[in-house]
Structures are given as C-alpha cells and as structure tokens.
Design a protein around this ligand. Structure first.
Ligand code: AGP
Length: 608
C-alpha cells in the first residue's frame, strides 16, 4: 500500500528518499514520485518501479536538502504518472496515504473557487485545500491544521512549500506515520524500515497529531494547536532483517525463517513448566478469566489463523468462539456481550478493516480486547487492553507465511492459558502441551526438508488454471490458506472446501484438468477424508495429498502422496501449512510471476 518518506537535513536528501522508497516497495505500489526544494520545487514521477524514479533523478541530477517522496497504490484514479504523488498546488507539494472520503464534495468547492485539477486522485484535494488556507493563514503548520479539519477519512500526509524550504509539515489520522531524529536533520515515514538508514530514534505520531520537522528540531501538536510531547523510541527493528541475503525472494526467505520465528515467539515458554496469563499482559488473568466467549476479528491469512484457533478454543478450553472477517463485522448489526474477549489478529497491526472492527466492538461495550500482532509499535497494539507480540521479524513478501505460523503458536498459547483459567487443563496435560510446543520449530524444519519433492509437484501445477483444496476440521482453514497462497502469487484460481462439502456442489468441477490438493494428517477425520478423496478419483481428478507419517496412504494411479515426517496432533495445522506455502512459491517461480509483489496487492492494507 502507499508509502511516505520525507526529509529535511544538512545533506542532499534525494538518496535518502529513494532508499526509503526502496524499503517500502514490499508494501506494494504501482507508481512512485518525489519532490525536492532547491531554488524552486522540482518534481519527478514514474509509473513502475522506484528504480525508474532513481534513474530519472540521476539523469536530471535532482538534489535538495528538503524533500518528500511516495509510492502509490491506486485507489482513486488509475495507476498513471498524472495520478502519482506528489500533487502540487501553487508552490506547494503533498504526498498522502489513506482515503479522503469527502473528496468529491471538496473537489466541487475547490473547482468553484477556481482551482484546476490535473489528476483523478483524492490527494489533489488536500494540495489545493492547504493552498487555499494559505491565502488567509500565513504559517504552513497552521494552514495544514486548518485544512485537515475539513477532511473526512484516513490520512498520513506530508506537505512542503517552495517559499519555506526549511521545514515540512506532516499529519496523521488513521494511517501510520512516524518521525525520525538524526544528527543531520529530521525525517518522517509511514514505516520505520524506511528510516533505519539514517536513525533508530523514532517518534510515533498518534491519530490527530500534526508535526513540523526542520533541520534543527520538531514540534508536535494536536489539530487544535495544543502542543504535545511524544516519546522517542529506539527502534529494535534489525536493518539486516529487511535484507534479502542469499535468498531469491522474501517469501522464500520468510518460509525458511519459520523455525527461528517460531522459536523466538515461543521463547517465553522456553524453560517454563506452566503457561501463565501474564504472557498476554499484566491484567490478563482478569481480562481472559472473566470472558464467557471469544470473538476473533481479522482479515485474509490472519482470519485463517483465527479459524484454526476456533477449533482449539472450543475443544481444549471449552469456550464458545466465533471468527469474523473484520470488513464484514464492522458494518454488521450484531448482538454484543460485554463479557466477550475480542481477539484481533494482524501481521501489520495497521489493517484498516481490523482496526475499525476493533473500534466497533469497543463502541458496543466489549472492552476485553487482545491484539496478536507482529509489529509492537503498530496502531492495533496501542488500542487493545492485552497484547501478544509474535516475533516473526519483519515480513516483507506480500504473501504472509511466517506471520501465520507464529500467529498460530500465539493462539495455541492463548488456548492453553484460557483452558487453565477455566479449570480445563490438568498439570500433566499442561506439561505435555508445553513439550509439544517447544518441539514445533524442529518439526517445521523437518517439513522444510521436503522442498525437493514439493518442487517436483510444482511443475505439474504450472499449466493448470484451477485448483481445489480440501481439508476437514482444523485443517479446513489450512486448505483455505493454501488456496489463498496459490491464487495470490501464481494467479491460478483456487478454492478451498471442507472435504465433506464436495458432493454438495464443487464435485461438478472435478475432471482430469482439476488438481485436488488434500490436507490429510492422521486425525479423527482421516477415514472420512479418504472417502471424499475416492469421490474425486472416481471423477478422474488428480490428487495431491499431504499426509503424515501415520496416515497410511501411498501413491497410486492419479494419486500423489507426500508424507510429512511426523504426526503432530492438535498442532498439526502449524506443520501442514508449510508444504502449501512451498508449493505456491515454486508454482509461482515456474510461472515467472512477481512472487514478492503480486499484481494488484499490497502488503499492508491501510485503506478500507
Ligand atoms: C496474506 O497472504 C495476505 N496478503 C493478506 O490476506 C493479509 O493476511 C491480510 O491483508 C491481513 O493483513 P494483516 O495480518 O497485516 O492484518
């Protein structure tokens, strides 16, 4: 999704802006641009990669000590140079993340005032609006504050002015924005990874904050002008963690990082003999213990993690659980219960729908809230009573992999803690479960060793246009996740069904052109699943079965079986997703798609 970098420093900031944009490329974008002040306002824009923007900057020898830059993911208006940011009005340039919901009404007013629009974006409205305010308010900071009171929607924005080259004004409402403090100047960005090149000292802005940065200082105020202080936080993000190293793609790197990511996430239970509510925050015993039911809110892959957790929470902790897609829940008339534990799951912690669903649940009086999130400084984490930070490390590939397995590890811990608080976990079972959890990283490593076989299977998939994924019980969400991975990076149409549903419709799709992938560990539903697979074979469908050591299935005509090294009981979902990630990755490689930045998608979905 869109990214912002801004800088005012005692140096040519163009290389910093470009490097910052490169670090934000993983979020997904379709055009890029920058503007610098250097005896005038100089703007460069390009449709396509940041590398093309860098080439333009090189060719035109663009330089300046103050500048703003942007990667755009189209929402209003097609991906094109005229829609790329920065947008200009008079001597003013603006970059913006988010969506201005009342842009049409504002556009009409501004057009009536004589402003000419040169793009189809909602952002251009902001440029003209600030310019208009500057006709009566001389100070840029004050003019931006006045302008944003007219805006409805979500934004992170940065504004600079030709006649005032020593400062940049930024503001945030709903979309993330942080400031960077360095010896040679001050910076702003939508993501800390863009600024690690110049500083680790970051200031995270709150919703409703405006700030002004200059070479020598910064000031932050609320929209009404009240000055506020925000803490300076030393970012713990490792600069190496966002480097590709010896891997070909971030997705590949992140799949293979899973044993470490899981070990880091489970570090707190490394030597423990029991699971403690404190893993989820200081008040966790009261917040979790008093809950009568669980409501999980999330999107995409994080929603799939929630679906797996429902099986665990109901079977092991005996607590009723529902799992809702955040974008649906936020607009649905539901029946609230104050004693519901609301669990939000998100890799980024900035997903607009998940944040809005949480706010909606809170507005209905449900204040027992927990975030399971991979980014400690994210908006989501700041808005819940409890939190569990997965320690997957930065996830750059658009397709979520290590975030998912670490979310599952966190959700299993949550299940054990709630089970214990509800008197459903005896000491012997608790010890056994902890031993099983500690072994997960090694078990995942053994699954990764199956890559050569999965790679061979990928060759058989690349010519297909459709695929069907089947699973039962807690492996049905794993089938959903496998289908999502395949469609998002290889563009092969894929659907997932609980295997028992096959004969109620999807079986009509099965013929020899339809590969059917089955998630088939040796659980209580395996025999039922085997019958469902017979239904597929009888219609000529080719089966690809991910079984495990105990599944007692082997290759036969039209049936390919890959056995995972061990059967893993309740935690088998964590293992069985890994070969599906590898399969999608290798199919995408064979098809030659852009693995880390699939078309039309963004990493962090910060707009509705
Ligand atoms: C997964 O591969 C996706 N790209 C996507 O579904 C993602 O999981 C979803 O957008 C939610 O993101 P979040 O976990 O950062 O909230």
């Amino acid at each position: 999704m869109c990214g912002i970098v801004a800088a005012v420093a005692d140096r040519n900031v163009v290389p910093v802006l470009l490097e910052g944009l490169r670090k934000l490329e993983y979020r997904g974008y379709d055009s890029a641009g920058l503007a610098v002040l250097n005896g005038g306002l100089h703007r460069l824009r390009s449709v396509g990669r940041v590398a093309e923007l860098a080439a333009q900057a090189e060719e035109k020898k663009t330089s300046g000590e103050a500048g703003i830059a942007h990667t755009r993911w189209a929402t209003h208006g097609a991906p094109s140079e005229r829609n790329a940011h920065p947008h200009i009005s008079g001597g003013l340039a603006v970059v913006h993340n988010g969506i201005i919901e009342n842009h049409e009404a504002l556009r009409q007013q501004l057009q009536a005032d004589g402003y000419l629009f040169t793009s189809d974006t909602d952002t251009e409205v902001i440029a003209h609006l600030v310019e208009k305010k500057l006709r009566t308010i001389t100070d840029l900071f004050d003019a931006v504050r006045a302008a944003i009171t007219d805006l409805q929607g979500a934004y992170a924005l940065a504004v600079m002015r030709e006649s005032d080259p020593t400062r940049i004004v930024v503001a945030r409402e709903g979309s993330p924005l942080l400031l960077g403090i360095a010896e040679d100047g001050h910076y702003a960005a939508s993501d800390a990874s863009a600024l690690l090149q110049v500083t680790r000292n970051m200031v995270y802005l709150e919703n409703g904050d405006c700030a002004e940065i200059s070479r020598s200082g910064l000031r932050i105020s609320r929209v009404d002008g009240t000055l506020v202080e925000r803490p300076v936080i030393e970012s713990q993000l490792s600069a190496d963690a966002v480097e590709l190293g010896t891997y070909s793609h971030y997705m590949q790197k992140e799949i293979f990082e899973q044993p470490d990511a899981l070990a880091n996430t489970l570090e707190m239970v490394g030597a423990a003999r029991s699971v403690q509510p404190g893993l989820f925050g200081a008040d966790a015993a009261e917040v979790l213990g008093g809950a009568r039911q669980v409501l999980i809110l999330a999107c995409g892959t994080s929603w799939h993690a929630g679906l797996v957790a429902r099986y665990w929470l109901e079977a092991i902790a005996g607590i009723p659980c529902s799992v809702e897609i955040a974008s649906e829940y936020r607009y649905r008339q539901s029946v609230p219960d104050a004693d519901t534990l609301v669990v939000t799951i998100s890799q980024s912690g900035e997903t607009a729908d998940t944040l809005a669903a949480l706010q909606h649940a809170k507005s209905l009086g449900m204040l027992r809230t927990l975030a399971i999130c991979n980014v400690p400084e994210s908006s989501l984490v700041r808005e819940t009573a409890l939190r569990f930070i997965t320690r997957a490390g930065p996830e750059i590939g658009v397709a979520s992999t290590k975030a998912f397995t670490t979310q599952l590890a966190a959700l299993y811990l949550l299940t054990l803690v709630i089970a214990k608080l509800r008197g459903k976990l005896d000491a012997e079972t608790e010890t056994r479960e902890l031993i099983a959890l500690r072994h997960v990283p090694a078990a995942v490593q053994r699954v990764l060793d199956l890559e050569p076989e999965i790679k061979a299977w990928a060759q058989l998939f690349s010519a297909k246009h459709h695929a069907l994924f089947l699973g039962r019980g807690r492996h049905y969400p794993i089938a959903l996740e496998g289908a999502l991975k395949l469609k998002e990076i290889s563009y092969i149409h894929a659907e997932a069904y609980p295997a028992g549903e096959l004969k109620h419709g999807p079986l009509a799709l099965v013929d020899k052109e339809m590969p059917v992938i089955a998630v088939a560990p040796n659980d209580t539903l395996l025999e039922k699943l085997k019958s469902n697979l017979q239904e597929v074979r009888a219609r000529g469908g080719e089966l690809f079965v991910f079984a495990d050591a105990d599944s007692e299935m082997s290759d036969s005509e039209g049936v390919h079986v890959l056995r995972l090294p061990e059967h893993y009981g309740a935690l088998s979902a964590l293992l069985h997703v890994v070969p599906l990630q590898l399969l999608s990755y290798h199919v995408a490689l064979v098809k030659g798609t852009d693995v880390d930045k699939p078309r039309n998608l963004a990493k962090s979905v910060t707009v509705e």
